[in-house]
Write a protein that binds this ligand. Structure first.
Ligand SMILES: Cc1cc2nc3c(=O)[nH]c(=O)nc-3n(C[C@H](O)[C@H](O)[C@H](O)COP(=O)(O)O)c2cc1C
Length: 163
């Protein structure tokens, strides 16, 4: 199975998660490639049996580069197995109740990734996975998130095999 992890990042945290997921796939002897969203070519998507897409959540959405790659009319997603992940802040860490409500209510990157890929005929094999960043503007990954990402790869492999 050819696995493509398509990710974007601004501060580097989503890249670290993408790399940990890739390490998890490699440890299970699966063939995996990592590509940043702005470098993805239609052929990369075509060659993938399983697509794992991740983006930082910025203003409730994935990055523009992520959405551009997913909406590329030259790419075909019909029947393609996929799972989405994102990085985001933990609403519990937001002091203002007002902003907490906005952040929880307006959605996250993984939701928009899923919606876009489902609309294009791709097949979701797992629920979108959040990975939490903390600190000023979400600058540091929460402890253990990379280990959770590593383990998630095994779940994805099992789901991809059974669907
Ligand atoms: C301009 C900006 C907007 C952000 N908007 C959100 C948001 O709507 N929801 C959220 O959970 N986190 C938000 N964050 C925190 C980001 O999700 C966090 O910086 C990101 O996950 C870090 O990933 P990266 O290191 O790969 O860029 C925002 C951060 C910035 C700088």
């Amino acid at each position: 199975m050819n696995i493509l992890i398509l990710y974007d990042t601004v501060f580097g945290n989503t890249k670290k998660i993408a790399e940990s997921i890739a390490d998890g796939f490699s440890a299970a002897k699966a063939k995996v490639r990592l590509i940043q969203a702005n470098e993805a070519e239609p052929r990369d998507i075509a060659d993938a049996d399983l697509l794992v897409v991740g983006s930082p959540t910025r203003a409730f959405r994935p990055t523009a580069a992520t959405m551009k790659a997913l909406k590329d009319p030259l790419c075909t997603f019909t029947g393609k197995k996929f799972a989405a992940f994102d990085t985001r802040i933990d609403p519990e860490e937001i002091k203002s109740a007002f902003f907490r409500k906005i952040v929880t209510g307006f959605g996250c990157a993984a939701d928009a990734i899923e919606k876009t890929l489902l609309k294009r005929g791709a097949v979701k094999i797992a629920e979108g996975h959040p990975f939490i960043v903390t600190g000023d503007q979400g600058s540091v990954l929460r402890k253990r998130e990379t280990e959770i990402a590593f383990d998630w790869a095994r779940t994805l492999l099992a789901n991809a095999g059974s669907r």
